[in-house]
Design a protein around this ligand. Structure first.
Ligand code: NAD
Length: 410
């Protein structure tokens, strides 16, 4: 096995699927053998760009049943992860499933159970766990630099162009994503749980849509609009305008107006989380930021860490009883962040492959995918109900407890 090539098939060859295939093609000892996308041009493009020898096939079964596939990449939209992932496990394959693992807790559980029944590895696309920024912080936490953590402040604010992109894509509908928080911020919730080393026990949330709201006078397509708008999308070549507004779970993006397109997701949200081990955290996300941020401020008994993925650094200050708190020097750590997601994109695929070859567990699998999903949907239940939501019964129902989760940074 160590010397034989690792054969990869892909289901869903859109932007992310192709990005993963690019990583796979660049990883030594990997052959990409089969590609499927209901939008056939997407699969043909993936073959042209990354896998000239791969077969382009006409269905999920035709990928997962092949003898020359060891690992199936699932890169379909969020609501369409369960079917290919479960089918792949039923055929004894390993699965790399993009995040979020699924859009419902039951679908997550079904995928994870299928992996366990098959005795195969389930990898979830939580690339942030690989970003040197988060790994560096985790190593300091594991080293005890903060002592017991008391509270955490975190955010993910999207640059305005990405907020607009969400409103031109399938991501604008909860039926394809579960919720905005699950689709976009499951990464960040996974990191919070990883750093807290515990499961969220109680959550509360407020949020809504107050910016990407209908604009009178704006047409449905940017090409027909003469308003002065920072969110205008100009496409070259311009695809034909469909008669009715499409849902776009496949095929090209359009220059849909990000204000007037049909949509049912929030554009900003705040949440409070209390973990079973007593750590309290806040989380804030807004989709119309002038510049992106993924910031964390962790406060512990012995010191604090503050950083932003986009700064490329974090800083640590110990608690010292000098009285000169304004002059306390920060100890700054610069991190490499070449590439997407703070550099995590370039590191995850290769690491997972090495772990599969060595039989070591991956950093983020079914358990982590399920925990992030329960957490996000619990927060969104709190948002829609206006109540504090207790998650203990859910953890018990899915066989998880509030015991610390201890996966180290490496
Ligand atoms: N890990 C990350 O950081 C990260 C980043 C971006 C996207 N993603 C995830 O990757 C997945 C794909 O996102 P994307 O940005 O590539 O979207 P995309 O729209 O660019 O691509 C999705 C592809 O799936 C195909 N598809 C649609 N329905 C399908 C079905 N039922 N079965 C198989 N394929 C189907 C579409 O034709 C399209 O080519 C999503 O789950 C998304 O959340 C993860």
């Amino acid at each position: 096995m160590a010397d034989s090539p690792f054969r990869v098939g892909a289901i869903g060859c859109g932007a992310r699927g192709r990005s993963l295939l690019r990583r796979a093609a660049a990883t030594g000892g990997v052959e990409i053998t089969a590609l499927y996308d209901p939008d056939r041009p997407a699969a043909l493009r993936a073959r042209r760009e990354h896998a000239p020898a791969a077969a382009v096939v006409d269905g999920i079964e035709q990928v997962v049943s092949r003898d020359d596939v060891d690992l199936v990449i699932v890169g379909s939209p969020d609501h369409a992860h369960r079917e290919p992932a479960v089918a792949a496990f039923e055929h004894g394959k390993h699965v790399f499933c993009e995040k979020p693992l699924a859009t419902t807790v039951d679908d997550c559980r079904a995928i994870w159970s299928a992996a366990q029944a098959a005795g195969r590895e389930l990898i979830v696309g939580f690339v942030l766990r690989y970003a040197p920024f988060y790994r560096g912080i985790k190593e300091r936490l594991d080293r005890g630099d903060l002592g017991r953590i008391m509270s955490i402040e975190a955010n993910e604010n999207l640059p305005y162009a990405q907020g607009a992109f969400f409103r031109r894509d399938w991501r604008r509908f909860r039926r394809f994503t579960g919720t905005y928080l699950l689709e976009k911020c499951c990464h960040d919730l996974d990191i919070l749980c990883w750093f807290a080393g515990s499961l969220p026990r109680r959550v509360a949330s407020f949020g809504g849509r107050s910016f990407f709201t209908p604009r009178s006078g704006a047409p449905l397509y940017c090409r027909d609009c003469d308003l002065d708008c920072a969110h205008r999308l100009e496409l070259d070549p311009l695809p034909p305008k469909p008669e009715a507004e499409p849902e776009l779970t496949r095929g090209r993006h359009l220059d849909l107006c990000c204000f007037n397109s049909a949509q049912d997701i929030v554009d900003h949200q705040v949440a409070i989380i209390e973990f079973a081990n007593g750590i309290r955290a806040t989380f804030h996300s807004n989709q119309n930021a002038g510049r992106p941020s993924r910031r964390m401020y962790l406060v512990g008994e012995r010191g604090c860490i503050e950083g932003d993925l986009y700064w490329g650094s974090f800083q640590y200050a110990p608690v010292r009883y000098t009285g000169d708190w304004e002059g306390t020097p920060w100890e700054r750590t610069e991190v490499v962040r070449a590439g997407q997601h703070g550099g995590g994109d370039g590191l995850q695929f290769g690491d997972c492959l090495r772990r599969l070859r060595d039989g070591r567990p991956v950093l983020a699998g079914g358990r982590e995918g399920l925990i992030a999903c329960v957490t996000a949907l619990g927060i969104d239940k709190a948002l829609s109900s206006g109540a504090v939501v207790d998650l203990d019964e859910t953890w018990a129902a899915y066989g998880l407890s509030g015991a610390p989760e201890t996966t180290p940074a490496r």
